[in-house]
Design a protein around this ligand. Structure first.
Ligand SMILES: O=C(O)c1ccccc1NCC(=O)[C@H](O)[C@H](O)COP(=O)(O)O
Length: 232
């Protein structure tokens, strides 16, 4: 039997319904992203997020997303939801991001730029980031826009796990994984029928394509642990 020697982690982001959360967990995603950024159509109120939290299966990570939210709001969400990681999309600096005592992911705005990413500068600016998420928003803009950036701009000299987002869906995630082998992929609109409303068929197709890519991927990324997942 053919086996996958690596496994790409999957984060589904911007869920707003408990049923979608349950299906995502059944499909085997690694993380569920709940959005608390003010400018998002997927933004949750704290009360509704508690029901979603309860729908997350054991061993599946909860990631809480922010974009320049006030610290007391972040603290309140950390207290109530106990996320496994925080994700910051705004102009937050390292000291702020790490001050909540939970591993953090920093989103890097790839925008419409063409210049190479200065990985050294990024690592110096966010020394305590657990991972960097390369996403297609413009600096200061919101995520979840459903538009990819040019993956050739992904840096090759990372010393932190690389996550990729921006316009991913079941038709392009295979190419991303086989071309660039990120540690994790992150998707919001590519698995939706409307902002915040996930589509079961699109979720299934996305996970199936990640699995297919992992089973065909010869590329060994320095950010992955070897695993032996079965490919059928
Ligand atoms: O999803 C949002 O509405 C959002 C708003 C403000 C900041 C971040 C936001 N989402 C961040 C994500 O992690 C998305 O999954 C990521 O940007 C990819 O989105 P998409 O291109 O729709 O797959």
């Amino acid at each position: 039997m053919k086996t996958a020697s690596v496994r790409t982690r999957v984060k589904f982001c911007g869920l707003t319904r408990a049923g979608d959360v349950r299906l995502a967990c059944e499909l085997g995603v690694d993380a569920i992203g709940l959005v608390f950024a003010e400018n998002s159509p997927r933004r949750l109120q704290i009360e509704e997020s508690r029901a979603l939290r309860q729908a997350i299966a054991p061993l599946v990570n909860l990631v809480a997303l922010f974009s320049d939210n006030p610290p007391e709001q972040v603290r309140e969400i950390v207290r109530l939801l106990r996320p496994g990681a925080l994700q910051f999309h705004g102009n937050e600096e390292d000291a702020f991001c790490r001050s909540f005592g939970i591993p953090y992911i920093k989103a890097v705005a790839m925008g419409d730029g063409t210049s190479p990413v200065d990985t050294r500068a990024l690592h110096a600016r966010y020394p305590h980031a657990a991972a960097l998420l390369y996403d297609s928003h413009v600096p200061g803009g919101a995520g979840g826009g459903g538009k990819p950036f040019d993956w050739k701009r992904l840096p090759g000299d990372n010393t932190k796990p690389v996550m990729v987002a921006g316009g991913l869906n079941a038709t392009n995630v295979y190419d991303l994984i086989t071309q660039r082998a990120p540690w994790a992929v992150d998707v919001a609109s590519g698995i939706e029928s409307a902002p915040g409303i996930k589509d079961g068929d699109k979720m299934r197709a996305f996970v199936a394509e990640v699995h297919r890519a992992d089973c065909n991927n010869e590329h060994e990324s320095g950010y992955r642990l070897p695993t032996q997942g079965h490919c059928g």
